[in-house]
Design a protein around this ligand. Structure first.
Ligand code: FAD
Length: 317
C-alpha cells in the first residue's frame, strides 16, 4: 500500500515509522531482525531501508595499491523483500542517483514492482569519500528530480529503451528528501525549497525531512513549503542523540544545529549510557510537540540498535 494511502487511512492520527540501515556484508540478517522485532509492537505501516553507494578499497598487489570498487552492504531491494515477507509490512527502498546508471535503476525498480514494493524514496546520494562534490555516474542522474521523472515514466509504462506493451504498469508512490535547515550545498533555504518544488512537480508524493532538533525549524519549513504550493505530506525525521560524538558528527555531516539546552545536557553526561537516556528524553519531548501539531507520521532514524526508539515509541504510541 502507498504511504499516502496509509496517511489517508489513519484519518489524521499520527503514524509511527522508522528507517534502518542494512547490516554490513558478513553480518547476518538476524542482526537486523533483532533491531526490528522490538519496534513491531508499535505497528509501523512502513519501514525505510537505506542504500549505501559504492566505495573504493585499496588492495595490495605486487607491492602496489590497486583500487577496487566495492559495496559494503547488501542490496536494499533484497532486504526490503525479506522484511516485507517476514513482518507483512510495507518497506521503502531508498533509490540513489549516485553509483547507478539509469539502466541499473530501471532493473532495480522492475524488481521492486515484481516484489510488490509500492513505495520508493528517490534520492541523489552524496559525493564519494574522495570527491569534494557529487558527480553523477556515467549514464546516471545528476539530481533526485531526474530520478523522480524516471520513476514516473515507469509508472506510465515508459521504459528507457524498449517499447513494451505494458498491461501491468508500476504505480510507485515516491518520497523525496526535504531539509528544514537547507541542504548543505544549497545557496539558500529559499533556493533549496524551489528545488524541492521541482521534485514535487516532477511527481513526488511525499517528503521526509532531514533530522532536526528544533521543531520551530520544521514548522517554518512546512509553512514556507505550503506557501510555495507544496501540498503533499511532509514527514518529520527524528534522530535521538545516542553518543557524545554526535554533538560534532551530526552538525558536520548534516549541517544541522543542535539546541544549547541539549548540548549542555549531553556535555554533562559521564557515559554514553547517560547520553542515550538524554537523547531518548529529548526525542520524547520533541515528538510530543510534533504529535500535538498533528504531523502525519513520526519517522525515526534508528542507525543500529533500536532500544532507544523503542523507549520513545512506548511513551507515544
Ligand atoms: P537533490 O534533491 O538532487 O538536491 C541536491 C542538491 O542539489 C541540493 O542542494 C539542491 O538544492 C540542489 N539542486 C537540486 N536540483 C538542482 C538543479 N537543477 N540545479 C542546481 N542545484 C540543484 N543518502 C544515501 O546515500 N542513502 C540513503 O539511503 C539516504 N537516505 C536519506 C533519507 C532522507 C530522509 C534524507 C533527508 C536524506 C537521505 N540521504 C541518503 C542523503 C541524501 O542522499 C543527501 O542529502 C544528498 O546530498 C542529497 O540528496 P537529495 O535527494 O536531497 O538531492
Amino acid at each position: 500500500m502507498k504511504i499516502t494511502e496509509h496517511i489517508k487511512k489513519a484519518n489524521e492520527k499520527t503514524l509511527f515509522s522508522f528507517e534502518i540501515i542494512p547490516p554490513k556484508k558478513g553480518k547476518s540478517i538476524e542482526d537486523l531482525y533483532a533491531n526490528i522485532d522490538p519496534l513491531m509492537e508499535f505497528k509501523p505501516p512502513f519501514i525505510d531501508v537505506t542504500t549505501s553507494r559504492e566505495e573504493y578499497v585499496y588492495v595490495e598487489k605486487d607491492g602496489l595499491l590497486d583500487r577496487k570498487v566495492t559495496r559494503m552492504r547488501p542490496g536494499t531491494v533484497g532486504i526490503c523483500a525479506a522484511i516485507k515477507h517476514k513482518y507483512d509490512v510495507d518497506t521503502v527502498p531508498h533509490v540513489l542517483c549516485g553509483g547507478f546508471t539509469k539502466e541499473e535503476t530501471e532493473y532495480l525498480l522492475v524488481d521492486c514492482h515484481y516484489l510488490g514494493i509500492d513505495n520508493v524514496m528517490a534520492l541523489r546520494g552524496d559525493a564519494m569519500s574522495h570527491q569534494k562534490y557529487f558527480e553523477a555516474s556515467q549514464g546516471g542522474h545528476q539530481y533526485a528530480k531526474e530520478l523522480v521523472e524516471q520513476i514516473q515514466n515507469l509508472n506510465r509504462g515508459k521504459y528507457l529503451h524498449d517499447v513494451i506493451e505494458s498491461d501491468n504498469c508500476a504505480n510507485f508512490c515516491i518520497g523525496v528528501a526535504g531539509y528544514p535547515e537547507k541542504h548543505l550545498e544549497a545557496p539558500s533555504l529559499q533556493t533549496d525549497l524551489k528545488r524541492l518544488k521541482e521534485k514535487v512537480d516532477a511527481g513526488a508524493d511525499y517528503v521526509v525531512t532531514q533530522m532536526f532538533f528544533d521543531n520551530k525549524k520544521y514548522f517554518e519549513f512546512v509553512d514556507a513549503a505550503k506557501s510555495m504550493g507544496i501540498n503533499i505530506p511532509i514527514i518529520p525525521g527524528i534522530k535521538p542523540i545516542a553518543v557524545k560524538k554526535h554533538l560534532q558528527l551530526l552538525p558536520q555531516v548534516f549541517r544541522i544545529d543542535i539546541p544549547e539546552n541539549l548540548i549542555k545536557e549531553v556535555d554533562s553526561c559521564k557515559s554514553n549510557k547517560e547520553v542515550r537516556q538524554v537523547g531518548i528524553e529529548f526525542a520524547i519531548q520533541q515528538s510530543k510537540e510534533l504529535l500535538a501539531a498533528g504531523v502525519p507520521v513520526l519517522h525515526y532514524y534508528s542507525m543500529g540498535k533500536s532500544n532507544n526508539i523503542q523507549a520513545i515509541a512506548k511513551e507515544l504510541f
